[in-house]
Design a protein. Structure first.
Length: 255
């Protein structure tokens, strides 16, 4: 579904990514982990077509990404909703841009509003919603557009721990129903273990893929799974890999 081929990305003399090669199969839930500044968001922006690589290329579903790709839907950390539109109108916005008739797009939007548990809030404006509810609207809007790939850039980072847990569970349920191909960025090892089918650990700047790990924890990833020896074994293994890169990133930033 996604082929990232020999990608490097420079911003002037600053190299954010160096020789990144990743192949992602249809239906995988891939989590990118790494220290701040390792190029995770830069890589996601290249897949989405918001930016172009300095060298290499990105291919999504057989098409090289040259500009913003309508086959990829992005969910940002900050909710990026239109404040003057209701929940229903926000979720239906992409369908409106495609020229889909009002009745049809509203029916489609309603289905995804219900999927993320926001029925009853269709006529509310974003200012009347909590942060977690706004992020549910963002996810519903992406799902309504039916993209081949869903890209999520630390979507739950600004939420409190309990809301974050609820939305993680909901995202897993959505993934299990839709089997969309997902790339998800996080700094949290626990979040990566809870959500992913595969984890890619990136080096400190310039970003490269250091470790490619399959997540073999059983679904659903309930409390029993999170307290299991295998969970703790994987968590320790990831931390051993990430720890030195975090220290290297801090050291590089302080000089």
């Amino acid at each position: 579904m996604i082929s990232i081929q020999q990608i490097s990305k420079n911003f002037g003399e600053f190299q954010a990514l160096q020789h990144v090669n990743i192949d992602i199969q249809k239906g995988e839930f891939v989590v990118l982990l790494g220290a701040s500044g390792c190029g995770k968001s830069t890589l996601l922006n290249l897949v989405a077509g918001f930016d172009q690589p300095t060298t290499g290329r990105v291919v999504v579903n057989g098409r090289e990404v040259k500009s913003v790709d309508p086959h990829c839907g992005m969910v940002f950390q900050q909710y990026a909703l239109f404040p003057w539109l209701t929940v229903l109108e926000n979720v239906a916005f992409g369908l409106k841009m495609k020229g889909i008739a009002r009745h049809e797009r509203h029916a489609c939007a309603q289905r995804f509003i219900e999927m993320v548990g926001l029925q009853g809030f269709e006529q509310h404006f974003p200012s009347a919603l909590s942060g977690g509810m706004r992020q549910r609207v963002s996810i519903a809007r992406v799902l309504a557009n039916d993209p081949d790939v869903i890209l999520l850039d630390e979507p739950f980072a600004a939420l409190d721990a309990m809301t974050r847990q609820v939305l993680q569970d909901e995202l897993l349920q959505i993934y299990e129903k839709s089997r969309k191909t997902i790339i998800f960025i996080t700094h949290s090892i626990d979040e990566a273990l809870l959500l992913s089918t595969r984890m890619l650990i990136m080096s400190a700047r310039p970003g490269r893929v250091m470790t490619d790990m399959k997540n073999d924890l059983p679904m659903p990833r309930n409390v029993d799974v999170q307290l299991s020896p295998r969970y703790n074994e994987l968590k320790a293994q990831i931390w051993d890999t990430v720890q030195s890169e975090v220290m290297r990133s801090i050291h590089a930033t302080s000089h």
